[in-house]
Structure formats: C-alpha cells, structure tokens
Design a protein around this ligand. Structure first.
Ligand code: PLP
Length: 215
C-alpha cells in the first residue's frame, strides 16, 4: 500500500538534504517500476520531476491504464525492438549504451533527448559503455539527430562509499569535459553522495515507495 502523505514527506526530506549539499537544481526521478498507478499518483502529488520506469511492457500497460501526469524517463536496458512502441511516451531515454539503440531511437523518435549510460565501475556485469568509448557514442547520437543531454551511471553496489564517490566524481568530470549538463546518478542508498559529486538527477525508488517484490 502506498501512502501519498508518506511519499510527499520523503520527497520533502530528500529536497532538504539536497539543498543542504548546496544543490538546488537536482531533479527527483520517482522510480515506480513494479508499483502501480497509486505510486505514480503519489509521485505526482509530491511534485517529483519525472517518473522512471525500467520495463517496456510495464510502461505500455501503465500508459494504457491511465495518463501518467509527469514526464516518463526510461531508465532500463533498452531493447531496439521496443523503441517504436515506447517512443510516444518517453521524454528522456536514460540507458543508451549502444549504436544500434541510438539509430533506432533516431529513426522512431527523431530529435529525442537521451543520456548515455556509462559503466564507471569496470564490472563486467554492469551495462553502460566504458568511459573511453563515450566520446564516439556521443558523436553517433548527434549524427543520428538526437539531443544528448548528459550521462547516466549506476554506482558500485558494494556499499563502499569511497568507491561510490570515485565512480560519481569520474562521471561528473567526464560530463564536464564533454560539456554535457546532465549527470543522472544516485539511487536510494547513495543519492546524497551523488549530489555532493555533482548529480543533476537522482533516481529514487525504494526510499519513496518501500521495498519492491522481485519483477
Ligand atoms: C530500480 C532503479 C533505480 C531505483 O532504485 P532504488 O534503490 O529503489 O532507489 C534507479 N535507477 C535504476 C537504473 C534502477 O533500475
């Protein structure tokens, strides 16, 4: 059960913490994957900046059910064959890490805004391009007519905050060196560190809505 007042309170707390870090311009992306429209409505009332969703089928089911009321960011791994159906509903594609996805978005959603996902941890299992390949992916995005707003990463999940800090600082400096404004980094367990490192978008799920049951 989602309690909208509880969600609003948590959003307020996060905004206060972010302000304390000296950043006012941090967007809160409410990650509603696995939750229903009650979570989306709570995020709308709490004045989150956008909704984050990971699964194509889930986005399509939710938009068919009722209007979302906030911009929707696709934050999961993007399968090229889902781009066409998703395109009308997505305002920012956050997980772009391959040329094939860039050309598909370029074809199905001309001029769309994207973030390039970077693997800042050298973990093989993580999605995202290695930092040294970001520049060529950026060029590919622009060649495809897309607006590359910035970079996105998922921090190390080891819980070692020194490692997390290193990953976030490396994403920020990469974005700065490429003159890209947006850095989407920080989730429920590490958003404060992310904001301290220059995040402009934090993606918060469980901290707002409670634990998820596996998808
Ligand atoms: C699920 C997810 C989140 C939210 O995670 P929480 O730890 O619940 O805040 C953020 N970003 C991505 C890419 C996710 O898949």
């Amino acid at each position: 059960m989602i309690d909208p007042q509880e969600v609003a309170l948590r959003v307020q707390q996060i905004r206060t913490e972010v302000a304390r870090e000296g950043s006012s311009q941090v967007a809160i992306i409410a990650v509603t994957k696995t939750f229903g429209h009650d979570a989306i409505s709570a995020a709308v009332s709490a004045q989150c900046d956008a909704i984050g969703e990971n699964y194509a089928q889930e986005v399509l089911a939710k938009v068919a059910e009722a209007p979302i009321g906030l911009p929707v960011h696709f934050i999961g791994a993007i399968q090229s064959n889902k781009v066409r159906q998703l395109a009308p509903h997505i305002s920012l594609w956050q997980g772009v890490d391959r040329g094939s996805v860039i050309s598909e978005i370029g074809k199905r959603a001309p001029g769309a805004e994207i973030l390039l996902q970077v693997n800042t941890t050298n973990e093989e299992s993580k999605s995202g391009v290695p930092p040294r390949e970001v520049e060529s992916l950026l060029a590919a995005g622009r060649d495809a007519g897309l607006v590359v707003r910035g970079l996105m990463t998922i921090g190390p999940t080891s819980g070692d905050m020194a490692e997390v800090e290193k990953a976030f600082l490396s994403l920020r400096s990469l974005a700065d060196s490429l003159h890209l404004p947006e850095c989407s980094m920080g989730m429920s367990d590490d958003y404060r560190m992310a904001v301290a490192c220059g995040s402009t978008m934090i993606r918060i799920g469980s901290r707002l809505f409670g634990p998820r049951t596996p998808h």
